[in-house]
Structure formats: structure tokens, C-alpha cells
Ligand binder design. Structure first.
Ligand code: ZN
Length: 284
């Protein structure tokens, strides 16, 4: 149940996405369908992919989720975090009472939490829940656009599951002021949603300390007291060059040393300054 304002916007995104899929498709000559015989034609894979994802895009799930992000979930988050996200989605799908959830990061990492927000949205749609996803800065824009459009405002209040993604990137100075127009509208929306038994999920690559710098006391209190907080942890383990080679071309692995430099040894490895390199002259 998204306001018309967004329906139009996401309709445009859907059309662009379909055109892109058809353009890249090598099976149907960019038509979207394949002739089965002289009289009938069937949907091509590009059309099938579009139809599958259209419902998600229509509620605001970003396209990046469908564009080559296979494996991103496993690559980005720690094992424990992946399991917790699955449980979190299961819990969210069962919610009926007013609940506020704040999904944030242990460290600043661009757009990691956005992926989780999209997964939640997709799962809610799949289980036929009334859900919508909105970027934090877009939400703030609506405060100005909907001033005269109460219908738009009503749908933001009444959507059962509202996911506000990219929180912290809205860069709106008014949110640091207690009585400002934006803060008042925002708090008003959050309180109204709770009173309507709605579920609000706010997601951002923010560490809790960041809140103090950017937001006023009543907003901080909302996150600290009124929200269940879910902490996302990013997997920092980076595959070494040797591990990568072992996966791609194991027969050559023996050529290379597997000696690891421990972090304490690593500290003593310093670049040698230019002056100290003896002049060896040309050897080749
Ligand atoms: Zn095609």
C-alpha cells in the first residue's frame, strides 16, 4: 500500500529494468518472447525474470538485489550473522503487534545493511504481507510533499510493515533539533504507526555512537528505548591469493609458499627508506 507518489516512481524503475533485461538477452532478439510455433509464442527467460522481480521493485526493493548479487549474503556477513538474519526474518513474519526494530552495524560499512533490508522486504512480500520499503531521505522528502496530500501520509502511517532503509544517510540537519519540522513529523509518524499496531523497521550502516552526533534526544531515545536492536556483523576475513589459486587452479598451488606472517611479525616489516637502499647498479 504505497502512496501514489512512489507507485509512479517504481513503475518507471520497473519499465527500465525490463528494457535492460531484454536488451541484454541473447535468446529472444530483445523481444521478451520466443515463437513456439507459427501461431504461439511463450515468455522468454528475460520476461520471466522481470515478472518474478516486478512485485519486489514495486514496493521499493532496490534493483541491485537482482543484479548479480548471488552469494553476496554469504560473502558479506559472518556465519553467525547469517543465521541470525534468517531467524530475524522468521520472527518479523510472525509479528502482529506494534514493534520497532533498528538494524544497525558494528562498523561503518556502506550499504551492507541495505541488503538485509531488501531480504526482509522480499520475504514479507512472498508471504503476502503488506510491506513497503523506503529510503530514509525519500521519507523526509515526503514530509514536505505530503503536507497537502493527506492520503500519501495516511498510507505511510498505515502500511503494516514499513522498512526505512539507508538511515543515517539522509543528512538532514533538522533531525538534530528537537522542535524542528522534520523531527516533529518523523516522531509523529513513528508514534502514529505504533498506535496503529504497525511494524517499523529502520535500517542503516550506523554504529550506535553515530546517533549522538546526528540526532536529537527524542530520536536517540526512540532507538535506545523503543526499538529492538539487531546488530549486523560483517565478515572481514579476506581470501588470500593462495586460497584463491587453490580454488581456481589447484595444480599450481605447490609452486607458492604458504608461509604466513603473523601480525606481530608483520609490524616489524617496514618499508625501507630510499636513502638506505645501497646503489646496486643495473643487473640486467
Ligand atoms: Zn529474452
Amino acid at each position: 500500500m504505497l502512496p501514489e507518489f512512489f507507485k509512479e516512481k517504481y513503475f518507471g524503475v520497473c519499465q527500465d529494468y525490463y528494457e535492460k533485461l531484454k536488451k541484454e538477452c541473447t535468446k529472444c532478439d530483445h523481444l521478451g518472447h520466443i515463437m513456439k510455433d507459427e501461431q504461439t509464442y511463450v515468455d522468454c527467460d528475460c520476461t520471466k525474470a522481470f515478472l518474478k522481480n516486478k512485485e519486489y521493485i514495486k514496493i521499493g526493493v532496490p534493483l541491485v538485489l537482482f543484479n548479480g548479487s548471488n552469494g553476496k549474503f554469504v560473502e558479506t556477513f559472518t556465519k553467525e550473522c547469517q543465521e541470525n538474519v534468517k531467524l530475524l526474518i522468521k520472527m518479523i513474519r510472525q509479528l502482529t503487534e506494534a514493534t520497532n526494530i533498528f538494524i544497525h552495524c558494528k562498523e561503518r560499512k556502506d550499504y551492507a545493511t541495505s541488503f538485509i533490508a531488501s531480504l526482509i522486504a522480499v520475504n514479507l512480500i512472498d508471504s503476502e504481507h503488506d510491506a513497503a520499503m523506503i529510503k530514509s531521505h525519500e521519507l523526509i522528502d515526503t514530509f514536505f510533499n505530503f503536507e497537502r496530500d493527506e492520503k500519501g501520509w495516511d498510507s505511510l502511517v498505515e502500511t503494516k510493515f514499513l522498512i526505512v532503509d539507508g538511515f543515517g544517510q539522509e543528512n538532514n540537519k533538522q533531525l538534530a533539533e528537537e522542535e524542528s519540522f522534520v523531527t516533529t513529523r518523523f516522531m509523529n509518524l513513528l508514534n502514529l504507526r505504533s498506535s496503529m499496531n504497525c511494524i517499523t523497521i529502520i535500517v542503516g550502516d550506523l554504529i550506535l555512537d553515530d546517533l549522538k552526533k546526528k540526532y536529537c534526544t527524542s530520536l536517540i531515545e526512540y532507538f535506545v528505548l523503543d526499538c529492538l536492536k539487531f546488530e549486523v556483523s560483517i565478515d572481514k576475513k579476506k581470501q588470500s591469493a593462495l586460497e584463491r589459486l587453490n580454488e581456481l587452479n589447484p595444480e599450481f598451488v605447490k609452486l607458492f609458499s604458504d608461509k604466513k606472517v603473523s601480525s606481530s611479525e608483520g609490524e616489524s616489516v617496514r618499508p625501507v627508506s630510499k636513502q638506505r637502499i645501497p646503489n646496486r647498479g643495473r643487473t640486467l
